[in-house]
Design a protein around this ligand. Structure first.
Ligand code: ADP
Ligand code: MG
Ligand code: ZN
Length: 580
């Protein structure tokens, strides 16, 4: 099967080469022209004759025709060759002593001479200047033609898709490499079977989904899954990123889409994968930057292409995005990306499985428990976990160990969560004392309140930009709901550090800044979003996720509640924190 188009020989494009060729062509054309001119004139050289001589010849009736050039000069032919000095010719030219002398005309008429008028000087330079644009055009088009023939066509291939073809001999990704995402894998199983044997499904007249949209947060393995589908089915895989379609020139994106689909059709059954489709698929006429013609054109082309072929041929379009809410509705309707597969962040079991997959190529010490690591990393995506395993392997290697231990994995988490260890930031003895007591405060409160997660580790090693110490709590399970008392206990733990400082030193330091921020945020959410305040009751204030998004963009946020409510929200937020 022709899975691979013949790879054309690579040809680098350079402007100096083009310039050289251009100069060559222009010179060639100029030489040709000069030669032509000379040869035509060379048949018989025109004689310069005096006006008197011309007058005599005219009187003798020896002039057959004349051309009057700009009323100043006469060129023409004699009937019989005339000798001047040692040259003989039937062609002549002469300068007119009087411009536009009407007498001349009369006499020429009387002598039955053919008269022509001309405004051009007919000199070589003039011919060259007039011919130059044509010569240039000819040269450039010749160049383009030759470049295209050579197959390189780099500079003139804006419209070609940059789709990468992964098939056959590229290392295969299979479902074994994707851990966790079981539901997504089950959903995609059908697609794989279809790609393996398209006839089996269309036999009864059923129509398969044209498009599958993978939706999920970054790093959860969407790209990986798409490649695994192609790998499982053993079919070609054309992948392109949404941003590849967006270029400087209008119309390029659209033609790339066309090209991508053409390639796909030629290799059916296969998968066309458009990664990060939100770059082109954002819904039209929206966006903060106003309309964007190029992107709109590209999107339209994509819609047209998706309508234009039927999936029974065996081309499946997959796309991935982490922002499905910005996609144009036309993309999501039935007959386009009508199937959405959610790829979410993994749960504890999924995380353990992902760690397992990535630990395959790493030598682990026997004491390592990936379960514990999985439990310590709620909210981590597959990419983060892969990163942790890799960091741990690097750390162990740097220490000269011959296997990766549990401590290396733990340190890798710290590093991923809080940033690099700041060895250079040395704290003074008193500061270390304060930080230690502060962290101890967090830990003690966590230990004593009813609903806090157990403390896993306390450190006073400075990390990242601001953290001087940290108390890690190990959640016993992934949480999707939090009760009111759990939220209050969390606030209490956050405030524990500050309280400890107060109790031990009688005053507070700046170290609790981040704790306070988080505690305030949590209390405010309780009042404004979760309806957990007695005074304000079960009502929400302010927008939800949309407002969160706008907050980041620096746009003024609309407040949908009164000044009065705002004051009461602040009051309630305060009272929650005070109470605890
Ligand atoms: P996305 O496209 O969703 O942003 P990727 O597919 O690019 O994420 O994932 C990045 C990397 O994270 C992958 O190359 C893989 O190493 C790792 N990864 C993510 N999810 C998983 C998973 N479920 N199983 C194994 N590895 C994963
Ligand atoms: Mg991706
Ligand atoms: Zn703290």
């Amino acid at each position: 099967m022709p899975d691979r188009p013949p790879t054309p020989p690579k040809r680098e494009f350079s402007w100096s080469a083009v310039l050289k060729k251009l100069v060559f062509w222009v010179l060639l054309a100029a030489v040709t022209l000069v030669f032509l001119h000379l040869s035509s004139a060379g048949q018989e050289k025109a004689l310069e004759v005096t006006y008197t001589a011309f007058d005599q010849q005219l009187a003798q009736g020896n002039v057959s025709e004349v051309t009057v050039e700009e009323g100043k000069r006469l060129t023409g032919r004699f009937k019989q060759p005339v000798r001047v000095k040692d040259k003989e010719s039937t062609r002549f030219y002469t300068d007119l002593p009087f411009q536009n002398d009407p007498n001349d005309l009369e006499r020429l008429r009387a002598a039955n001479v053919i008269i022509r008028g001309s405004n051009s000087k007919g000199s070589i330079t003039l011919i060259l200047i007039q011919a130059l644009p044509y010569v240039l055009l000819f040269g450039i088009s010749m160049l383009i033609f030759r470049q295209m023939q050579a197959g390189g066509a780099k500079a003139f291939s804006f419209g070609k898709s940059k789709a990468k073809l992964l098939s056959g001999d590229t290392p295969k990704v299979t479902f074994a490499d994707v851990a966790g995402a079981d539901e997504a894998k089950a959903e995609l199983q059908e697609i794989i079977e279809f790609l393996r044997d398209p006839q089996r499904f269309t036999r009864l007249g059923g129509r398969l989904p044209k498009g599958v949209l993978l939706v999920g947060p970054p790093g959860t393995g969407k790209t990986l899954l798409a490649r695994a589908v192609a790998g499982e089915a053993g079919r070609p895989f054309f992948s392109m990123s949404g941003s590849d379609f967006v270029e400087m020139f209008v119309g390029v994106g659209a033609s790339r889409v066309r090209d991508l689909f053409e390639q796909g059709k030629a290799h059916a059954p296969c998968i066309i994968f458009i990664d990060e489709i939100d770059a082109v698929g954002r819904h039209r006429g929206a966006g903060l930057g106003g309309g964007h013609d190029e992107r709109e054109q590209t999107l339209n082309q994509l819609l047209v292409e998706m309508d234009g072929f039927d999936s029974s041929k065996g081309v499946i379009i997959m796309a991935a995005t982490n922002r499905p809410e910005v996609l144009d509705a036309a993309l999501l309707r039935a007959g386009r990306f009508d199937r959405q597969v959610v790829v979410d962040r993994p749960d504890v079991r999924g995380r353990a499985a992902i760690l397992q997959v990535h630990a395959r190529h790493v030598r682990l010490a026997p004491e390592v428990s990936l379960q514990v690591i999985a439990a310590r990393t709620p909210g981590f995506a597959g990419a983060d976990l892969a990163n942790i395993v890799n960091e741990a392997a690097l750390l162990a290697a740097r220490k000269g160990k011959d296997a990766v231990g549990q401590a290396d994995l733990e340190e890798a988490i710290d590093r991923v969560v809080a940033g690099l260890e700041r060895k250079s930031r040395v704290l003074s003895e008193t500061e270390r004392d304060i930080v230690a007591h502060h962290e101890m405060g967090h830990a003690l409160v966590a230990f004593n309140v009813a609903h806090a997660d157990p403390v896993h580790k306390i450190t006073i090693i400075p990390r990242g930009v601001a953290a001087l110490g940290m108390t890690y709590q190990l959640p016993t399970e992934d949480r999707f709901l939090l009760t009111r008392s759990e939220l209050e206990d969390r606030i209490a733990v956050l405030l524990g550090g500050r309280v400890a400082e107060e109790l031990v030193y009688g005053e507070v330091s700046t170290g609790a800044h981040n704790d306070l921020e988080r505690a305030t945020e949590m209390a405010r959410l309780m009042v404004m979003q979760y309806g957990m305040s007695e005074q304000l009751g079960p009502m929400t204030f302010g927008g939800g996720p949309q407002a969160m998004f706008l907050r980041g963009s620096g746009l003024p946020q609309e407040r949908e509640y009164s000044e009065e409510s705002a004051r009461r929200i602040d009051g309630e937020t305060r009272s929650i924190i005070d109470r605890i």
